[in-house]
Design a protein around this ligand. Sequence first.
Ligand SMILES: Cc1ncc(COP(=O)(O)O)c(C=O)c1O
Length: 427
Amino acid sequence: MMQRRDFFRSTAGIGLTSLALEAVEGCSALRKEDWPSPDDPRYWRRIREQFSIPTGEAYFNVGTLGPRPRRVTDAVVDHMREIEKTIARYDYRPEHPEYIAGYRKQEELRAKVASLINVSGRELALLQNATMGSNFIANGLDLQPDDEVLLTDQEHQGNRGGWELREKRGGIRVRKLPIGTPPSDPDAVLRVFREAMGPRTKVIDVPHITSKLGIVMPVGPICEMARAHDVFSVIDGAQAVGQLHVDVKAIGCDAYVTSPHKWLLAPVGTGVLFVAEHRLKDVWATLASGNWNNYEPADGAFRLMQFGTANLSLLAGFDAALEFHKRIGPERIERRIAELANRLREGLKTIDRARIYSATHPAMTCGIVTWGIEGIGGPALMDELWTRKKIRVRSQDDKMVRQSVHFYNSPDEIDATLEVARALGRG
Ligand SMILES: Cc1ncc(COP(=O)(O)O)c(C=O)c1O
């Protein structure tokens, strides 16, 4: 059984693995300490101490960008320093540890990511963000003029831009289906898609969790419907992986994209694209380098990660972030987020002028709570939270803020939010 003091001991790595590991383990204070049990509130305080955000500042904008535990940043920086020191020894032979990303297969890290989301490493391409993955699908599929792609009317720009570009260049039709702001229940969303499907529908691409309101979509049933009509299904999981315990195989989609630099707390500039084994042949490479035409079954989606020289050190940090996430445990993280977000939702419901704009159906809620106070603009509310309590949320438009609740947040930070909301809500 894992000793608690081994909490952050990493086991896999990237090229210069041992160096990244030294960075992770180099914090001797941590190594010697015993960790409290996860049921002990001190456990979560200790978790919070792993981040560089100063005490007294509360960060609730992981929906835009995750903060990194210090050891993740250390893994990146130490890896970069080591490369700078030893670059003259780098002879580029295959047996030498690699110094750049963008050329080799990264099989070890792909397998680690794969085990987190229950797919095979062959089905994954490591990219730089979700936008890249979405674009690779939008550009990579063979579609005919008038073929139809169904999206929601609540896509993030990174997930709709590729389709819009392709529509403008000639050919496909993109339909953005209104799903409700928010939808009343998952069946209402399913009905919208069922009614919109027709003989020309070739692709359905929806978010796992919408960006602005944090609506958890019924992705499993949507993909089942797509499968029944031989429609290619794409799920934009930028807001899901790291927040929910995501099982991509169970969802049953053909492609899934995510940005680990959000909820998984990985270095900025990391992305993942999954393409199901049986669909790999249907996706052309968009960025082509030496392996664009490599259809070897064992290499799988390697063909889709041909972006040229890139920063390998980010992958050392990605590895450390995965380790951090796994040591806490995806289920425990999901439970903690639900507890904190419920506390926020329940508190807001008791304030007269507070409005929750996120979905309230229990199957559609998550750590993203988008809310407002009647009569106060979104940017003004964002500023009030910062000025009064050093709480960072993100304003979404003229009336709301998006509060992304993660495991490192605390009940006290939620209560401080409610205190501000109460003061403004009765004014
Ligand atoms: C649902 C969704 N999809 C895609 C993206 C784009 O992510 P990235 O900029 O990391 O590519 C975001 C970013 O906020 C998002 O919320």
